[in-house]
Ligand binder design. Structure first.
Ligand code: PEP
Ligand code: MG
Length: 759
């Protein structure tokens, strides 16, 4: 044996990874338990690579690795020796997702030997992560007494074997009921807390949006054939991207173009292709060759902080997904969904989500934000949504059982029976509550002391309209027209829009619908519109500001609304009015269009109301003239609150910090109520707070008589309103104010509890 201090021997061995893989396939084909297979694999690798030691460490849980099989180390250490992720060389490999190759292991950073294994006599060490798409399942190690550096061929060879091992673990090849229980990856319960994107609970079956392809034949029998498959798939993918680009070109230069150009660039990248071909030459099937490259991209993504580079790597990851779909012969469109499908995705666009439509019971996203378009669509479809659920795309597999709690942002994957049962009870209670709400459907929202509050619903897609008769709303208090634009890849033409608005009015069957003109700009970017880089998009060039600067789009929409109404009564509302002249100019535009329609001999609405959304504090202090001029006002509490408290509604760090029931905010809204009352201006409230029962009650108590909310909130709000006296509620609020309370939430809820109101 050579001494510790001797220089490493020059690279001298080669290892043919194809031979290794062939032997591995043979071992796997033999009968036996999971443990026997692992034992055979380590002795086969040690023999093939001429090392004294070969060991497999598998992940026991989030933080621990366990020695599960070894050739050469002490047999009694198997299932006894454990390491934390990051601890020792093995732990470091799992943490950094990179191989370690050293001739002198004890001198390597982080070295720590496990006494019980007897490994102290081994000098050289090569370990590679066993990983699947960026997720480390374990670590594969070979060791020799002789201090030598392993050759590049040997490193690649071991990596390729680790890749196949990962795939086989995924297929359940090593699952035993005993000590190897933990190798049953993706079979253990997994619980994660994300952020609530849309309330509601659902129980169902996982459907993965991104391809979840498992290579059933990970080893390539015929590398030439695998290369040919890869090339065919690449060609098909390139054609697909070219077609998308052509399509985009026809529509004019859009914001997608840059993304597509990047895709194309990557799709033609020679290095990318060469690396995947090299993986095939080492014995992997085409699917695994792409996955190996994708795993490395994901590992790099984890290490990189720079948002620009991360975005690029993300594109590359997407591209690998596309390629995998082509290789698996899926076109990614039509597929059969189980009746209780819950979609799990890294992220999803609004149009894609709408394609799934009401076929989904719930959605869980690893990324996403409360204000994202996908969240808007999920809300419109009334599907429970959890966003920012860490690791969910790595854990969830098609067909897994999943519980989604959109109220608390919790997700249980493959739940234990007790959890599933508790959840089922929660669902049953909700259903009972739904029945109670349904019984109130045709009754008015009238307090015990005889005050009536008009409850309307918010909508934005045709898909929302069926809720109108079923939820008991008196009409649509806010119709967000931009949703229809955002879910399309092109701006709908005037004729399409007119047909669409006409269908909305048809579906409303004479009930009132308040159409809000486009609230776009800043983060809501229309197809074909160039994204503006604004430091503060919520306070930027959006809504009416953009509408008045780009009058063509606004005129087209107003014309479409007039034509869609075809003589029926019409209500139009302008978003984000901050000062009187904006309203005057917008109103004038509508009046001009009405005159033009009349001149053309077209029918004009028998009654036309033009109102403004009050979403900025400034409008509350507008001259009296404004209150007289507008036909109605609707308070957009979501925006108003963010500007009142200077707390971004999309920023998780601050958005819940300020209470909508704070005395300061309620006092401000009370002033708006008073100004409207003074001028006889009809007033409603259409932000999210209107749909929260206690908030709704407080708004009614300070004088609001019309509230517009999501359909699912009508029942709970009506139930509470019908069970209290408004005079009593007002007295509780007055008393809290007199005592100098910061918020009326606590006194109000305490009083409601005391009186046994249905909270
Ligand atoms: C609001 O701001 O309260 C509102 C209803 O509009 P949106 O949520 O669409 O901005
Ligand atoms: Mg708003």
């Amino acid at each position: 044996m050579t001494g510790w201090g001797d220089p490493p021997a020059p690279a001298r061995r080669g290892v043919d990874s194809r031979v290794l893989l062939k032997r591995l396939a043979q071992v796997m084909a033999e009968p036996g338990t999971g443990q026997e297979r692992l034992d055979r694999i380590v002795s086969m690798i040690a023999a093939s690579m001429e090392t004294e030691v070969c060991s497999i460490y598998l992940r026991r849980d989030e933080k621990t690795l366990e020695l599960c099989a070894t050739q050469g180390l002490r047999a009694d250490a198997v299932h006894v020796s454990r390491l934390r992720i990051g601890q020792g060389l093995v732990g470091r490999i799992a943490e950094e997702v990179q191989p370690i190759n050293t001739a002198d292991a004890p001198r390597e950073k982080g070295f720590r030997y496990l006494k019980e294994t007897g490994e102290e006599v081994y000098s050289s060490f090569l370990g590679v992560p066993i990983q699947r798409l960026g997720e480390v399942i374990g670590v594969l190690v070979v060791q020799t007494r002789d201090p030598r550096l392993f050759t590049e061929d040997e490193v690649h060879g071991l990596e390729v074997v680790a890749m196949v091992l990962a795939e086989m673990t995924e297929l359940g090849a090593f699952v035993d009921s005993g000590a190897l229980e933990m190798a049953a990856l993706h079979r253990r319960p997994f619980h994660v807390r994300g952020v609530s994107g849309q309330e509601g609970v659902a129980m169902g079956t996982v459907v993965r949006h991104e391809p979840a392809i498992v290579a059933h034949a990970p080893v390539a029998e015929d590398p030439e054939a695998e290369r040919a498959r890869l090339h065919r798939a690449i060609e098909a993918m390139r054609r697909e991207i070219d077609l998308m680009l052509e399509d985009d070109l026809v529509q004019g230069k859009g914001e997608h173009r840059e993304v597509l150009e990047t895709y194309r660039l990557f799709a033609h990248d020679k290095g990318w292709l060469r690396r995947m071909e090299a993986n095939i030459d080492r014995g992997l099937s085409a699917i695994l060759a792409v996955e190996k490259e994708q795993s490395e991209t994901r590992a790099r993504m984890e290490r990189i902080q720079d948002p620009y580079l991360r975005e690029k790597l993300h594109d590359l990851d997407d591209l690998a997904n596309r390629l995998l779909r082509h290789l698996a012969g899926e076109d990614g469109t039509s597929r059969d969904l189980p009746p209780d499908a819950i979609l799990v995705a890294r992220n999803i666009g609004p149009a894609e989500l709408l394609d799934y439509g009401r076929a989904l019971k719930g959605v869980v996203l690893e990324e996403g934000s409360v204000g994202s378009h996908a969240a808007v669509v999920a809300r419109a479809l009334a599907i429970p949504l959890v966003i920012q659920a860490p690791r969910i795309t790595r854990e969830a597999q098609n067909g897994d059982r999943i519980l989604v709690d959109g109220d608390t942002g919790q997700v249980h994957l493959r739940p234990e029976e007790s959890v599933a049962q508790a959840f089922a009870e929660k669902l049953a209670m909700r259903e009972q509550a739904q029945e109670a709400y349904a019984a109130l459907r045709d009754l008015p929202a009238e307090t015990r002391d005889g005050v009536r509050v008009s409850l309307m619903m918010n909508a934005g897609l045709l898909a929302d309209l069926p809720s109108l008769p079923s939820c008991g709303a008196e009409g649509v208090g806010l119709y967000r027209t931009e949703l229809q634009f955002l879910v399309r890849s092109r701006v709908p033409r005037r004729g399409d829009q007119a047909r669409f608005y006409s269908r909305v009015l048809d579906a409303a069957r004479g009930k009132k619908v308040v159409f809000r003109t486009l609230d776009i700009g800043s983060d809501k970017v229309l197809p074909n519109m160039k994204r503006q880089d604004e430091p503060n998009p919520a306070m930027g060039w959006r809504a009416i500001r953009l509408g008045l600067d780009r009058r063509g789009v606004m005129r087209m929409q107003v014309q479409a609304l007039l034509r869609g109404a075809a003589g029926r009564p019409l209500s139009i509302m302008f978003p984000f009015i901050a000062q009187i002249d904006e309203f005057e100019r917008a109103r004038e535009l509508v009046e001009r269009e009405v005159a033009a329609e009349r001149a053309l001999g077209h029918a004009v609405p028998e009654r036309l109301e033009i109102g403004a959304m009050l979403e900025t504090p400034s409008l509350a202090f507008a001259p009296d003239r404004f209150f007289r001029m507008t036909d109605f006002i609707s308070i957009g509490g979501n925006d108003l609150k963010q500007f009142f408290f200077a707390a971004d509604r999309e920023n998780e760090r601050v958005r819940r910090r300020y209470d909508s029931l704070s005395v300061s905010y309620l006092t401000f809204i009370e002033q708006i109520v008073a100004r409207c009352a003074e001028h006889g201006t009809p007033l409603s409230f259409c932000g999210e707070d209107a749909g929260r029962p206690v908030e709704a009650l407080a708004l009614a108590a300070i004088g609001l008589r019309a509230l517009s909310m999501r359909p699912a909130s009508i029942g709970p709000v009506k139930l509470l309103i019908r069970s209290v006296s408004l005079a009593d509620a007002r007295a509780v609020i007055a008393e809290a104010r007199r005592r100098g309370a910061d918020s009326v939430r606590h006194p109000l809820t305490a009083w409601l509890r005391e009186t046994g109101a249905p909270l």
